[in-house]
Design a protein around this ligand. Sequence first.
Ligand SMILES: Cc1cc2nc3c(=O)[nH]c(=O)nc-3n(C[C@H](O)[C@H](O)[C@H](O)COP(=O)(O)OP(=O)(O)OC[C@H]3O[C@@H](n4cnc5c(N)ncnc54)[C@H](O)[C@@H]3O)c2cc1C
Length: 431
Amino acid sequence: MTTEATTGCAVAGGGPGGVVLAYLLARAGVAVTLLESRPDFDRRFRGDALAPPVLELLDALGLAQPLLAEIPHGTADAFVWRTPTRAYRLADYRRTSATYPYYALVPQGRFLPFMVERAAQFPGFRVEMGARVSALLRDPDSDGAGRVTGVEYTRGGERHRLRADLVVGADGRNSKVRTLSTITATELGAHLDICWYEVPRRDGDPPLSGLGLIAEPGATLAVLGQAASWQLGYTIPAGTFPELRAGGIGPVVGALRRRLPWLGDRLDGLTEVNQLSLLPVRITRTDRWSEPGLLLIGDAAHVISPVGGNGVNFAVLDAVEAANRLAGPLLADRVEPATVDAATAAVEAARRPQVDRDQERQKRTERDAARRLRTRDPRPPLVLRLLASVPGVAQWVARRGVRALTVPPLDARILHPAVGPVSPRRSAPPG
Ligand SMILES: Cc1cc2nc3c(=O)[nH]c(=O)nc-3n(C[C@H](O)[C@H](O)[C@H](O)COP(=O)(O)OP(=O)(O)OC[C@H]3O[C@@H](n4cnc5c(N)ncnc54)[C@H](O)[C@@H]3O)c2cc1C
C-alpha cells in the first residue's frame, strides 16, 4: 500500500542545509516535511566548523547560546600552518565578530538533532527519519519533463507519496534528488583525498588553535580540535588510497608520532589503514540549482572541498537564502508555481557567484597542496609566507574570509514568527 500526504515544502536530506532550511521555513509558518534516509543523526568526520557569521545567525534566532551551552564543542580562533621549523599564523579570527570571534567546532551529530528539536516546536514541522527519497512526482500536464510536484519515499519497507508546492534536494554530495532531476553535475577535479582518524583529547594536550595544518616533507596533517577529541586528517594525492593501503599504516603513524608526539599511547591502536575513514575530496558543479518545483541546496547543488572547511557554512547560507526568498511565496493564500520558481531561481542567482568563486579558489589551493606533497615542500605558498610575517595581515585575511560568509538579514516572518498554529496548506490539493 502507498500512503499519500501533502505539505508545503518537502525537504529531502537532514544534513546542515536541510535541517536549517526546514527550521527556518517552519518558524515562518510554512508546512515543512523533512525526510532523512538515516534512522538517526549520528555521523563522524563531517564539516563541523560553524563560522562566526553562522553563529551570529543562530544568535539572532535565539539559538547560539543554548547550542554552545548544551553541546560540548571546540573553538578555533586562528588557522595555523606548522612546518617542522616554523608556525605561520595565516588567519586570526579574534577580531571577526564582537560576539563570536571564532569558529565553533560543533559535531554535526549533535547540531542536527538540536536544530530538529527546535524546529519541532513549530506546528508546521514534521520529520521522518529512515525516509529515503526514491522518486520525484511530476505533473504530466506541465511543459518539458513535467513540474516536480512531490516525492516518493520508502520508510520501513513502506512506500509513501508526499505532494508539495516545492521539493528541496538537500541530500548531499551523492544527491538522489539531483540524479532524478534534469539537472546535471560536473566534477571539477579534486587533487587531494583525506584519511581521518580520531583520538580522545586529554588534559595537558598542547593548546593548538583548533584549526591547523601540520606539514612536513611529503606529508600533511589536518588537526581539528573538538571538545573531547582531536580529529586528525592525513592528506594524500587524490585516488592514491590503494597505494596507501598497499604500503601499510607505517607512514601515517610515523608522521603523527613525529609531529604530534604528545598523542603518545593514543596512537597505539592505529594498526591498519582500514581504520582510517577515507573522504574522497570532490568539487562538483551543477548546470542549474533548480527546475520547476525543485531546488537543490548545499552539497546537492555544489560539493565543496573540505579545504577551507566551509561545506557546512555554505549549506547553511544556501538554506538562509532559500528560506528568505521562499517563505513569502509558500505562505501565499494560493501558492503560485511561477512565483515559487522565480524564488528558486533567485536563490541560485544570489548564492552561485560566491560558490563558484570559492570552488575555483579551492581547486587552486588543492592543486598547490598536491604539488607540495609531491615535491616534499612543507611550507605554505610564498605569498602566504610573506603575508604571515606582516603584522595585522592574518587578521585582515580572517576578516575577508568571514565577510564572504556574511549571512543575509532574515526575513521578518522568520525573525518574528507569528504565534499560533501554522496555517493549513492553502494551495490546490493534488490532482
Ligand atoms: C564523509 C564526509 C566527510 C566530510 N568531512 C568534512 C570535513 O572534514 N570538513 C569539511 O569542511 N567538510 C566535510 N564534509 C563536507 C560537509 O560535511 C558537507 O559539505 C556538509 O555537511 C554539507 O551539508 P548538506 O546539508 O548539504 O549535506 P549533508 O551533510 O551531506 O547531508 C545530506 C543528508 O541527506 C541524507 N540523504 C541522502 N540521500 C537521501 C535520500 N535519498 N533521501 C533522504 N535523505 C537522504 C543523508 O543521510 C544526509 O543526512 C564531509 C562530507 C562527507 C560526506
